[in-house]
Write a protein that binds this ligand. Structure first.
Ligand code: CO
Length: 293
């Protein structure tokens, strides 16, 4: 683990959080918000670790604007973005209430508190379930539900979801926290506490290298491998690089087994969802570094 690169990725993420937060207003195009963040990551010397997710209300995760997206910011919006430097990642999210809603504010405050408590709890030789239990207790205390089938995760080099899972409830698995990099992300809802798959998201990851038939699909596959390696990317980025023909290539690559396309994740009871996320580095000597704050 290259500690310096992890810390630098976190610094960039922190700076962007502070910078973007006051700019997000109700009615702003989501594509504008996504591009502001993604461009700023590049400007500060990082790369997006995945497309900026801007999921609203009952969409818990995996909404990124399409190239021609006309949706605008409203409701409870979750801004989930990642910064990577040579594959060393910082994964972050914050939520904003754009409606001046008491419910939205309470959901957001609860997910922030749950994250704070989880950050205190995580340490060498603590267990993943203890952290989940802490999150669950904080959320239940506020009469909301944690989303049980979304979780924090260990992060590896060029690997956003590696190894261990940090649950948002006491899953009784009691895996030991070892030295490593961990994203903690309490998702809080007034709904059922589960998500199901919604529409295709336009977010993809590379999963196979079987040669596709068409030259454009082959060209784009090569580009994806070089540019994103195994990290998620989106159709919007490829349309920008190759034009609309990228959309046909993506379909072919998905059918050919080269790409996995993520689904949008929807709260099963149409509850509103808030999320807060930070990345924490746990070192061999027990030191804990909250890389984004
Ligand atoms: Co994450």
């Amino acid at each position: 683990m290259e500690e310096q690169k992890i810390i630098q990725a976190g610094k960039i993420a922190s700076e962007i959080k502070k910078w973007i937060r006051p700019q997000i207003k109700k009615g702003m195009l989501l594509i504008e918000i996504a591009e502001l963040i993604e461009n700023k990551i590049n400007e500060l010397g990082g790369k997006p670790a995945f497309p900026v997710n801007l999921s609203i209300n009952e969409i818990a995760a995996h909404y990124t604007p399409a190239h021609n997206d006309e949706s605008t910011a409203h409701g409870l919006i979750k801004v989930d973005f990642g910064v990577q430097i040579d594959g060393f990642i910082s994964d972050n999210a914050f939520s904003l209430d754009l409606e001046n809603s008491e419910l939205n504010k309470n959901l957001i405050e609860t997910s922030k508190k749950a994250l704070e408590k989880a950050q205190e709890k995580i340490k060498l030789n603590s267990t993943t379930s203890e952290i989940g239990k802490t999150i669950e207790e904080e959320v239940s205390k506020n009469n909301f539900n944690p989303i049980v089938n979304l979780s924090g995760h260990e992060i590896g080099e060029y690997d956003l979801h590696a190894g261990k899972t940090i649950p948002n409830f006491d899953d009784k698995k009691n895996e030991m926290i070892e030295a490593g990099l961990y994203a903690i992300e309490p998702f809080v809802t007034n709904g059922s506490g589960r998500v199901h798959d919604g529409k295709p998201s336009g977010i993809y990851a590379l999963i196979g290298d079987r040669n596709p038939r068409s030259p454009i699909a082959r060209q784009i596959l090569k580009y994806i491998g070089a540019e994103y390696e195994t990290l998620p990317f989106c159709s919007r980025w490829l349309v920008k690089e190759f034009g609309a023909k990228a959309l046909f290539a993506l379909r072919e690559l998905e059918q050919n087994g080269n790409l996995y396309q993520y689904a949008q994740l929807i709260e099963s009871n149409k509850g509103i969802v808030a999320q807060t996320e930070n990345t924490v580095l746990i070192k061999e000597n027990g030191e804990k570094i909250i890389t984004t704050d």
